[in-house]
Each structure stands twice: as structure tokens, then as C-alpha cells.
Design a protein around this ligand. Structure first.
Ligand SMILES: Cc1cc2nc3c(=O)[nH]c(=O)nc-3n(C[C@H](O)[C@H](O)[C@H](O)COP(=O)(O)OP(=O)(O)OC[C@H]3O[C@@H](n4cnc5c(N)ncnc54)[C@H](O)[C@@H]3O)c2cc1C
Length: 317
């Protein structure tokens, strides 16, 4: 069975959930081989990858990989592609990994598919394109299929793999060393899950009315163990930080449950959330476009509905 390379996403050695989703997908396409880049590899990381089906784990922990912007990771993947001739390369559809996918496609003269939300028999990918407005099924017809899959788009299922470890030294070309990382600043992390990885997202829009009132959204999110998101109207107003903006010019989320409170459902907002499995909208305007998209809707004032919802959830715990 051909190998399927899966580029591991990790932060300081903590493997991100999307990697486990990719390994689960890769098992249907061939023998999953995890590709670890940078420091932080540990026995715990190895066990976690193997538990989710990694037959092989290529480990490239070279300073060159972390000191330079994306290109060395492309060098590494290109090197592995040429030595193992995989059936496909899977990466997460994050900003960095999509850049890696694009560069690798150029390097290997292959086709690339991004923002994929599912992969079927014959490596046919379901893609959400044009800001989520159109869904297409596509297949790479030239070279190696390089596929960037959205976080949360597919389930995580554990299944043991051999987890055979292989240290890889990567020959980083001079051309890949033209942009050096000079400083890394750690983003303050709260107790809430990361927005793009969260299974539940509660977002607030202009209807929330003020920065202070976002505490209603936060309380509901915390009662559900959810991440908080916001529309651009809310972030532009300075009510919530820009990094939590969901939409075309913000983050793309694909959670199991997306609750939109006081959000009208503009096309640019939908672009970032319409692949959520279940959408619940709270809006005082029954004609708001978000209701066309929502699986469940509450017509009402969020100042009343959201606290009641939080209270009901608390009672069930
Ligand atoms: C190039 C471009 C890129 C953009 N990118 C993004 C993006 O990434 N993300 C994004 O979100 N937008 C983006 N926008 C902006 C987008 O077009 C909308 O303006 C924005 O999404 C509107 O945000 P909103 O739904 O919060 O506000 P509004 O459209 O003003 O809607 C507010 C909603 O709240 C409801 N409401 C008001 N009070 C209450 C209450 N008390 N209780 C319940 N409901 C209430 C109203 O009925 C209304 O439906 C972009 C626009 C452009 C041009």
C-alpha cells in the first residue's frame, strides 16, 4: 500500500487535532506517514500519532526548518515525495500549510486542492470555494495529489499504526533561506479552545451592542466549552479582538455547532462558517439572511435569549 504523507501541525510538541483528522482520512487512502518538523518530538507525540494510524513517522528536527519561513518544510516534503513516491500529501488548510501545499505543487509539478472538506474514493475531494459560496468535487489530474483539508471537516478515529520512526535530515537549499525568522512572539492563550479547532463556536455580531455585552457571548461559550468568534462589524467596532473575526477576511471555522448571535449573515461572514455542521441563529429580525442558513433559529432579543440559554445549559450539567 502506498504511503500518504501527513504534515503534522503542532505547537511546542502538542499535536493539533487537525493532524489526527488528517491521519484518520489518510488511512482510507493508503498507509499514513506522519511528517514531523521542528523541535518538540517526544515519546508522547509518537504514541499519539501511532494511536491514530501513523505507520511511519518521519522526524526532521533541524534548526533550518524552524529558522526559515516555510520553504525548508517544502524542501523536506519534496525530498520525501521523491524518495517514497506517496499516493498523496495531506496538510491542514491553515495559512502556513496552504502556502506549503502551493509551493510543493509547483516544486513537484503537481495539482493542489485547498479548503477541502472531504475526500472520497479515487482521491476525489469535496471543496468549499469562492468564500464558501460554491461546493465542488475535484480530483488532481497531474502529478501527485496535494490536498489541504480544513480543520474540523472530518472526524478523528483512533486505530493503531506501527509508528515506525525514521529520522530525516533535510538538505535545505540556499533559495529556501532567503527569509529568516528573527523573533517569535507567543500569543496569549486563554482557557478557551482555539477558534479554528473548536468543536463549538459562539459568535457575536453588531447586535451584541457593545464590548461589555460580549460577556454574554463569553458566558454562553464557557458553558459549552466553546470558542468565541465575532463578525467583522463587532471587531471593527473594537468590541472584540480582530483575531477572533470569522469570515472571508477572518478565520474559517467548521465546528460541529456554530451559534450566531446578533449576526445578520452577510456573504462575507458566511464564507467563514457555513461548513459548520449545525448552525443556530439568534436574531431579533425574522427576515435576517442568517435564518436561510441556520438549522435552528430563535427570533428574539439576544439580551434575553442568550442568558436564558446559558442558564439552561448550566442546569443540565
Ligand atoms: C471585502 C469585505 C470583507 C469582509 N469580511 C468579513 C468577514 O471576514 N467577516 C464578517 O463577519 N464580515 C465581513 N465583512 C462585512 C460584512 O459584509 C458585514 O458587514 C458584517 O458581517 C456584518 O456584521 P453583523 O452581522 O454583525 O452586523 P449587521 O449586518 O449589522 O447585523 C446585525 C444583526 O444583529 C441583529 N440584532 C440587532 N440587535 C439585536 C438584538 N438585541 N438581539 C438579536 N439580534 C439583534 C440585527 O437584526 C442584524 O441582523 C466584509 C465585507 C467586505 C466588503
Amino acid at each position: 500500500m502506498s504511503e500518504v504523507l501527513v504534515l503534522v501541525e503542532h505547537v511546542d510538541g502538542q499535536i493539533k487535532k487537525v493532524t489526527l483528522e488528517l491521519l484518520t482520512l489518510a488511512r482510507r487512502l493508503g498507509a499514513p506517514s506522519a511528517v514531523w518538523t521542528g523541535p518538540g518530538y517526544s515519546a508522547e507525540a509518537k504514541a499519539r500519532l501511532a494511536e491514530h494510524g501513523a505507520e511511519k513517522i518521519y522526524v526532521a528536527d533541524s534548526a533550518d526548518i524552524t529558522d526559515y519561513v516555510v520553504a525548508p518544510k517544502v524542501d523536506l516534503l519534496a525530498q520525501l515525495v521523491s524518495s517514497v513516491s506517496p499516493a498523496a500529501v495531506l496538510v491542514a488548510a491553515t495559512a502556513e500549510a496552504k502556502e506549503i501545499a502551493g509551493r510543493l505543487a509547483v516544486r513537484t509539478d503537481s495539482g493542489v486542492l485547498t479548503d477541502v472538506v472531504g475526500i472520497e474514493e479515487g482521491l476525489v475531494a469535496d471543496q468549499s470555494i469562492f468564500g464558501g459560496g460554491v461546493n465542488v468535487r475535484a480530483r488532481v489530474t497531474k502529478g501527485l495529489p496535494i490536498i489541504a483539508v480544513r480543520p474540523n471537516a472530518s472526524p478523528v478515529e483512533a486505530a493503531a499504526g506501527a509508528g515506525a520512526e525514521e529520522q530525516v535530515s533535510v538538505a535545505v537549499s540556499d533559495a529556501s533561506k532567503t527569509a529568516r525568522v528573527v523573533e517569535r512572539v507567543k500569543e496569549e492563550k486563554g482557557a478557551r479552545p482555539e477558534l479554528t479547532e473548536a468543536a463549538i463556536v459562539v459568535s457575536g455580531g453588531r447586535g451584541v451592542g457593545s464590548a461589555e455585552n460580549f460577556s454574554l457571548i463569553e458566558k454562553l461559550a464557557d458553558s459549552l466549552g466553546a470558542a468565541v468568534g465575532a463578525s467583522r462589524a463587532a471587531t471593527d467596532a473594537g468590541w472584540y479582538p480582530h483575531q477572533f473575526q470569522v469570515g472571508q477576511t477572518g478565520k474559517t471555522v467548521s465546528p460541529q455547532l456554530y451559534i450566531a448571535a446578533g449576526i445578520s449573515g452577510a456573504i462575507q461572514h458566511r464564507a467563514g462558517m457555513q461548513t459548520a455542521k449545525t448552525i443556530v441563529a439568534v436574531n431579533k429580525d425574522p427576515e435576517a439572511p442568517i435564518f436561510e442558513l441556520a438549522d435552528f433559529g430563535v427570533v428574539g432579543d439576544l439580551n434575553q435569549v442568550v442568558p436564558q440559554l446559558t442558564e439552561e445549559i448550566a442546569k443540565r450539567k
